[in-house]
Design a binder for this molecule. Structure first.
Ligand code: IMP
Length: 423
C-alpha cells in the first residue's frame, strides 16, 4: 500500500523515525515539499543521521529516494548534505537518489532576503529557519524562479541569476546586509549542479513506473499541518502545502495513488519560531529541556513545549485524511504525575473545537483542559503496545477518541526498535 506520512503539529513530530520504520517495507521514498528547513534525526544501527533534504530512505541500501518537483532545493546545501552522509558510510548512487528537474532552486540571495524580511518584520517576525524557503517559493509563484533543468543551459541560467542578484542586492543594501557578486553565485550554483547532475531527471515517469509496477511508495512529509500555508497558523507558517495534498502536487502522483495517511504527532506539543501556541507551558518546556529533549535538528533552537492539543489534531486529521496516528515521544511524559489534554478553546466565552482563522482570535484562545493520571514508569523498554502501562494506553485511547482516528504506532524512544505497532 502507498503511504503518506504527514506531520499533524508544527513540525518536529518525529516523522523521520516513523518514515524510517515504514521504509523497511517501501521501495520508493519521496519528498514533495519544503526544503532544507526540515531536519529529520534518525537513529539507526546505533548511529545518528541528520537529514535535511535527503529522504530518510537514503539510509537503506535498496530504496529509491526521490526529491520531487514541489521541493525547493539549495544545490550547495544538498551537496554538503550528501558529502556528510557519505562520510558516515552511506553510499548515494544515481539509482538511489533522483532529483526532479522541475524542483525550484534556492539561491544564496534567497537566504539573505529571508533574513532581511525577518529584520523588517521586527517583533512580528515569523522566526524562519533562514534557509531562503519563503523567497524561493515566492519566486516560483511569481513565475520568475529558476528550476534544476534550467541550469543545463548555462547562458540562460547565468542571465537569470544575474538579474535576480541585482534585484536582491537593492533590497539587501537597504537593510545594510551583505550583497552578492553575481559571478560568485553563478559559480556556486553551477559547481553544485555539476555534482548533482547524475541524479537530476524527470522524476514523474520514475514514480509512475514504480506505482504501475506495484512497488510500494512512501511519501515523506516535511514540517507539519499547522505550518501549512493554507491550513496553518497563518502568517506564522512555512511557504508550502505541508499537508497530504502537497505530496501529490509535489511529486506528480495523483491522489488515487495513495492508500493510507499516517499522521504523526508527539504525545505533547512543540513549536519553534513565532506564532500562537495555546497549550504552550513553561514548566513542561523546562522539564523536557532539562532532559536534553526538544532542541531543533536544523537550527539547534530550544522548542517551546506544551500539552497535547486535540483542537489542532482533530483539524489536522480532517485536512490530511489521516487513517492512522503515530504518537511519538510518549516516553517524554513518563515522569508526569498528571497529564493535560486540550479538548477545546474558549474564545470570548464561546467553545471552539476547531482552530480559528482570524489572527487575533488566537491571542484570546484559552485551552479547555481535561486531566488524566500519569503512568509514572519507564516506557522506553516496552516492545509491544500491551507492554505499556494501563494509564499510558488510556491516554492514547483518549487521544484517538478525540481525533476519531485509531492509533497505529507509538514511539517510546529514538531508536528504530522503539516503535510499537498497535495491532
Ligand atoms: P521557514 O520554513 O524557514 O520559512 O520557516 C517558517 C516557519 O516554519 C518557522 O516558524 C519555522 O520555525 C518553521 N519550520 C520550518 N521548517 C520546520 C521544521 O522542519 N520543523 C519545525 N518548524 C519548522
Amino acid at each position: 500500500m502507498n503511504t503518506i506520512v504527514t506531520g499533524l503539529q508544527w513540525g518536529d513530530e518525529g516523522k523521520g523515525k516513523i518514515v524510517d520504520y515504514l521504509t523497511e517495507d517501501a521501495d520508493v521514498v519521496i519528498r514533495g515539499q519544503g526544503g532544507n528547513n526540515a531536519g529529520h534525526t534518525v537513529i539507526a544501527r546505533g548511529e545518528k543521521y541528520v537529514l535535511h533534504l535527503l529522504p530518510s530512505g537514503i539510509l537503506w541500501d535498496d530504496k529509491t529516494n526521490v526529491i520531487g518537483n514541489g521541493v525547493v532545493l539549495d544545490p550547495a546545501g544538498l551537496v554538503a548534505e550528501i558529502t556528510r552522509i557519505e562520510g558516515q558510510g552511506i553510499e548515494i548512487t544515481p539509482d538511489k537518489l533522483v532529483i526532479s528537474d522541475r524542483a525550484h532552486i534556492v539561491l544564496p540571495v534567497h537566504k539573505e532576503l529571508d533574513a532581511a524580511r525577518e529584520i523588517s518584520l521586527g517583533n512580528a517576525k515569523i522566526g524562519t529557519t533562514k534557509r531562503g524557503i519563503g523567497p524561493a517559493y515566492a519566486d516560483k509563484i511569481n513565475r520568475c524562479g529558476l528550476r534544476m533543468a534550467d541550469l543545463a543551459n548555462r547562458a540562460f541560467a547565468a542571465e537569470r541569476i544575474t538579474r535576480r542578484v541585482a534585484e536582491a542586492n537593492e533590497i539587501l543594501a537597504r537593510h545594510e546586509l551583505p550583497t552578492f557578486e553575481a559571478s560568485a553565485v553563478i559559480a556556486e550554483v553551477q559547481d553544485a549542479y555539476e555534482r548533482l547532475r547524475p541524479h537530476i531527471t524527470n522524476t514523474i515517469p520514475v514514480v509512475h513506473r514504480a506505482w504501475r509496477c506495484g512497488k510500494k511508495l512512501l511519501f515523506e512529509g516535511a514540517q507539519g499541518t499547522l505550518l501549512d500555508i493554507d491550513f496553518g497558523t497563518y502568517p506564522f507558517v512555512t511557504s508550502s502545502n505541508t499537508t497530504s495534498g502537497g505530496c501529490c502536487t509535489g511529486s506528480g502522483l495523483p491522489p488515487t495513488a495513495v492508500g493510507r495517511v499516517i499522521g504523526v504527532c508527539k504525545a505533547y506539543t512543540t513549536r519553534v519560531g513565532s506564532g500562537p501556541f495555546p497549550t504552550g507551558d513553561e514548566e513542561l518546556s523546562g522539564y523536557l529541556h532539562g532532559l536534553g529533549r526538544e532542541f531543533g535538528a536544523t537550527t539547534g533552537r530550544a522548542r517551546g513545549c506544551g500539552w497535547l492539543d486535540t483542537v489542532l489534531l482533530r483539524f489536522a486529521c480532517m485536512v490530511n485524511g489521516v487513517t492512522g496516528l503515530a504518537v511519538t515521544n510518549l516516553d517524554g511524559l513518563d515522569e508526569s504525575e498528571t497529564l493535560k489534554i486540550c479538548i477545546a478553546y474558549d474564545i470570548d466565552g464561546e467553545r471552539h473545537e476547531l482552530p480559528p482563522a482570524e489572527r487575533s482570535a488566537w491571542d484570546r484562545a484559552t485551552p479547555v483542559y481535561e486531566e488524566l493520571p500519569g503512568w509514572k514508569s519507564d516506557t522506553t523498554g516496552c516492545k509491544l503496545h500491551r507492554d505499556l502501562p494501563a494509564n499510558a494506553r488510556a491516554y492514547l485511547d483518549r487521544l484517538a477518541a478525540l481525533c476519531d482516528v485509531p492509533v497505529a504506532f507509538v514511539g517510546v524512544g529514538p531508536d528504530r526498535a522503539q516503535t510499537l505497532v498497535v495491532e
